[in-house]
Design a protein around this ligand. Sequence first.
Ligand code: G3P
Length: 225
Amino acid sequence: MEYFLDTADLAEIEKAARALPITGVTTNPSIIKKAGAEDFFGHLKKIQAIIGEDKYLHVQAVAETAEGMVEDAKRIVAELGDHVYVKIPTTAEGLAAMKALKKMGIGVTATVVYTKAQAFLAMEAGADYIAPYFNRMENMGINSDDVISSMAGVIAMNDYNTKILAASFKNAGQVNRAIELGAQSITADPAILMDAIGAIAITDAVDTFLKDWKSLYGDKTIAEM
Ligand code: G3P
C-alpha cells in the first residue's frame, strides 16, 4: 500500500509526515488555493523539503489542451525533479497528453476519474496512477466500491502497471473500503488518517496503560530503567 497526503498545508504535512508511513503528497489547483500558495513552485519545493527527497509529489497540469498539458508537465519536472507525477484530468485532451507524456518517460496520474470508462482508457494510455474520486462518486449515486473493484480486476486481467490512487475521501470508512477493494494507493486529507488513529477509545486505552505503568514505576520509561 501507498499513502499520500492530499493537502498543501505545510504545518499539516509536517505533523502527519512525522507519524504516517507516507509515499508522498498530492495536490490540485483547489488544494494549492486553499493553502494560499502564492509562489507555486516555491511552495511545492517547501513540501519536498518537509517530506524528503525519497518521497513523491503529484502535481496537476492546468493547461486546457494536450500540447499545453505536456508543456506544463515538462516545466513541473524541470522545477521539481523526477520524483514527480503529473496529474492529468482524464478528458479527451488529457488522454492525448497522457500518451505523449508516457512516450517522453514522464510519470502520469490520470485524475478526475468518475467512471469506469475513463479509468479503463487511462490504463491503456499508460497512466502510472489513476485517481477515482471516491466520495464525489458517492455524492452522484455512482457505486464507488464497484468502480474500484472493477478497476482492480481490469488491471490484474491485463497486467497493467497502473496503480489505483483512490482519492476524494470524507471519512476513514471510505478509505478502508477503497483499500479492501484493491486500491494500491490512497490519498486523503491528513485529518482523516490522523483521526482514525486518534479516536477517543484508542487514546483512552493508551492513557490507561500509561497510568498503570506510572503507578508502579513513576515517570521512568523502560529505556530509563
Ligand atoms: O485528490 C483529489 C481530491 O483532492 C478531490 O477531493 O475532497 O475535493 O472531493 P475532494
